[in-house]
Design a protein. Structure first.
Ligand code: ATP
Ligand code: MG
Length: 221
């Protein structure tokens, strides 16, 4: 079972789009996939047609111990399931602030997950407690990066956080992929950013770049 978090504290870079389409694509290839939505915006949950419903069991209710993970996972197709998010997740930093081992709550609660080939975690655009919990739970990190000016700005903070989590909480954590998203090869800025990514992350950058494509923006609707 490969557990991969899609992380970048920068908003709107393509984390959710990548998570949703990667999940669907892997399921089409016959892999059993669980997508965990840890963003209070619940965009991944919405993308799969699950509308806002505060009563529905969610990653939030699992984190606070109100529901167990098995009853909260919703099968979407035979191969693809989702652990939906809810807006309540936005307050979880505060709610868990006095919990002992608060960085490990997610990994503790999700321990009983089994039977999936891939578990993909869509993270919120911040490096708060939710993202740290995600990084403590997974084995691998994929970083979606938008090929724009400032794309690399802020990555050092992400690298520092990953390094700290690795040293203190999850020694086997590795970055195994960097994904250039919304890439427009006609623009020199995109090409420059992409080569900077190659220099910095070397062979961790996926050779396939995700082009800017309006159909991806329209897909959720
Ligand atoms: P947030 O940090 O807010 O959760 P995110 O990193 O998850 O954002 P997305 O929601 O995946 O980013 O993408 C941001 C916006 O860009 C969305 O409106 C999405 O539809 C659009 N988008 C993402 N990838 C592409 C693409 N390759 N081509 C065109 N539009 C895209
Ligand atoms: Mg998102």
């Amino acid at each position: 079972m490969r557990k991969i978090a899609l992380v970048n504290q920068k908003g709107g870079v393509g984390k959710t789009t990548t998570a949703v389409h990667l999940a669907a694509g892997l399921a089409e290839l016959g892999k059993k996939v669980l997508l965990i939505d840890l963003d209070p915006q619940a965009n991944a949950t919405l993308s799969f047609g699950l509308h806002h419903n505060p009563e529905r069991p969610s990653a939030y209710s699992v984190l606070i111990g109100k529901t167990n993970v098995k009853e909260t996972i919703q099968p979407l197709t035979e191969m693809l399931s989702i652990l939906p998010s809810s807006i309540d997740l936005a307050g979880v930093d505060m709610e868990l602030s006095n919990e002992i081992g608060r960085e490990r709550v997610l990994s503790d609660k999700l321990d009983e997950i089994s039977g999936f080939d891939f578990v993909l975690v869509d993270c919120p655009p911040s490096l708060g407690l939710i993202s740290v919990n995600a990084l403590t739970f997974v084995d691998e990190i994929h970083i979606p990066v938008q090929c724009e000016f400032f794309a690399l700005h802020g990555l050092s903070l992400l690298m520092r956080t990953i390094d700290l989590v690795k040293r203190r909480l999850n020694p086997t954590l590795e970055i195994t992929g960097v994904i250039a998203c919304m890439y427009d090869g006609r623009r020199s800025l995109a090409r420059e950013t992409s080569s900077e990514l190659d220099n910095f992350f070397q062979d961790k950058v996926f050779k396939t770049k995700i082009p800017t494509n309006v159909r991806l923006a329209e897909a959720p609707s």
